[in-house]
Design a protein around this ligand. Sequence first.
Ligand SMILES: [Ca+2]
Length: 233
Amino acid sequence: MANQRSTRGVRLFVAVSMVALAAACGSDDTSDAPKSALVATSAVPPDAVAYSGFDKDASGWTVQGDSDATSVKPDFDGRGGNPGGLITAKDEVTGGTWYFVAPSRYLDDASSAAGKSLRWDVLTTDASSPYEAFDVMLEGGGKVLVTSQPKDPKAGAWTTRSVLLDTGGAWRIAPDAEVNPEIDVSDLPEATRADIETVLADLTGLRIRGEFNDGPDTGSLDNVVLGQETSGS
Ligand SMILES: [Ca+2]
């Protein structure tokens, strides 16, 4: 009996000590350890003309602006997107408004996107001094279509934007591709469905606004879909 009690006491002590040791180790084990090895990937919408979720790289996107017409590669980051990766560019504050420029797989015959939507997620680091500029420029078939969203994105959070590729006043006809993107879109004529179809049938350019602040800011892009189905809305 005495031996059994003694053995139990030792076992109990060892068990309590191990719990205490584990607790001590736990308190030293801070949140530096990766929480999950899972890599978030984005679902490709069916029937879209083209899609960019930036899971692996910048997918051929470039950046155009501030002041001259040179195009540069955006920065790619595999984390921080909505979800997964994203592309980013920094405003050099040399004047003008810079844009993310879509790669060739968005171009040529994008007719199937007519009546569907152009959708994208945008993120800006600073929107304290907002200003008006075209949010999207579509070029093709000898025409340039532009749209300006009524509200700017809020700084520090992803904003999803979706514009129907159809009539309704969202798209206006700009005089040419070199137009100042900061002019008032309400001064431009509304695009008809025929205009939109003409542009999409021979699409040569798709640009998405990346800067929203009159001053230094960084803009990011994710989840671009040309030809998103607009079910129910
Ligand atoms: Ca992403």
